[in-house]
Design a protein around this ligand. Structure first.
Ligand code: AN7
Length: 324
């Protein structure tokens, strides 16, 4: 197995002797999207970050952040999370023999993510409040000492996540013309911008899909009112000639359905925000759409938006009627 750190160690902040805490992250598929390419009249590729070990792009950052925390002698990590950072931090901390303290916005984390963090034995606290409030709590806890913050405010997270841009350039042989991705707190947008800049292969035009109603979107992963990286992420988008695209939930769900129904790619709703931005604005040339998290993380989203299951008896007539 080649870990992410093995693949790009010379571009990551880890010393030669540091123990690497890895679950086999990175080297994710870049899948050609035949239907979407025809629909949009351009060449569309999907970067399946949902194929990372805990099912989201967070693992790229977490391998670096947890390895560094371990090297520095930390015994515990802390984060606030809408769910995916929680699942990733819990798994990497478990592997490192560290405690993970995780602050979740009450009632706002998808079922699969909660199950992942619980299964790994993380200390889960449900904060009576929003993600934004939970993040301030996590920052205060980290500042009081002893725990390392592993939200993307930790620069090691961004360092790890920039490697997705490296992989795209290596696989396409050049930077794409357009990169479309979801925009929650903006850490990942910054990470891609840094990755393309460091590889020196040119910067794609970045389309960053955000929920128009940030505090209420059904895409719970990006239910973040005040993005921690707003200034830097939006500057990077502007400098690339790209746009922050405000999306309705209907637009996000339409993109999410086309990924599942037309491409066979089942992601969580927030992960379709990049495609929704691309569908809304259009583009030319080659576009890479980042699919950030797996669909199994949020089964309730399916119940709310997909066709119901039909109940039948086990006889041929009843089955035929059920299919009619
Ligand atoms: C699937 O886990 O903020 O713009 O606490 O889970 O870097 O914040 C997750 C964010 C996109 C947005 N897609 O990325 C968390 C968290 C998925 C996500 C984003 C998230 P950023």
């Amino acid at each position: 197995m080649t870990t992410l750190v093995d693949r790009y160690r010379d571009r990551l902040p880890l010393a030669a002797g540091d123990r690497v805490v890895s679950l086999g992250e990175g080297s994710t598929p870049l899948l050609h999207a035949d239907f979407l390419s025809r629909e949009l009249g351009i060449d569309v590729w999907l970067k399946l970050e949902s194929a990372n070990p805990t099912g989201s792009f967070k693992d790229r950052g977490m391998t670096v952040a947890v390895s560094r925390a371990l090297a520095e002698g930390a015994r515990a990590v802390v984060c606030a999370s809408t769910g995916n950072t929680a699942a990733s931090a819990a798994a990497y901390a478990a592997r490192a023999g560290m405690t993970a303290a995780i602050l979740l916005p009450q009632g706002a984390v998808a079922l699969g993510k909660l199950a992942q963090a619980r299964a790994a034995g993380a200390r889960l606290l449900e904060v009576r409040g929003s993600f934004d409030q939970a993040l301030r709590g996590a920052q205060a806890l980290a500042a009081s000492g002893g725990l390392t913050l592993v939200n993307s405010l930790n620069p090691d997270r961004i360092e790890g996540q920039k490697t997705a841009a490296f992989e795209i350039v290596e696989e396409l042989g050049r930077a794409p013309d357009v990169l479309a991705l979801p925009y929650g707190g903006g850490g990942n947008t910054r990470a891609y911008a840094r990755g393309f800049a460091e590889w020196d292969a040119g910067m794609p035009r970045v389309l960053a899909g955000a929920a128009a109603r940030r505090g209420e979107t059904l895409a719970s992963a990006i239910r973040i009112v005040d993005p921690a990286h707003r200034a830097e992420a939006e500057a990077a988008v502007r400098d690339s000639g790209g746009t922050v695209v405000a999306l309705t939930d209907d637009e996000i769900v339409a993109a999410w359905r086309s990924l599942a129904e037309r491409e066979g790619v089942f992601c969580e709703p927030a992960s379709a925000a990049g495609l929704a931005a691309l569908q809304k604005l259009g583009a030319s040339g080659t576009a890479v759409v980042v699919v950030t998290g797996h669909g199994l993380k949020d089964p309730d989203a399916v119940s709310r938006t997909a066709a119901p299951v039909v109940e039948v008896d086990a006889d041929p007539d009843s089955i035929a009627a059920g299919l009619a």
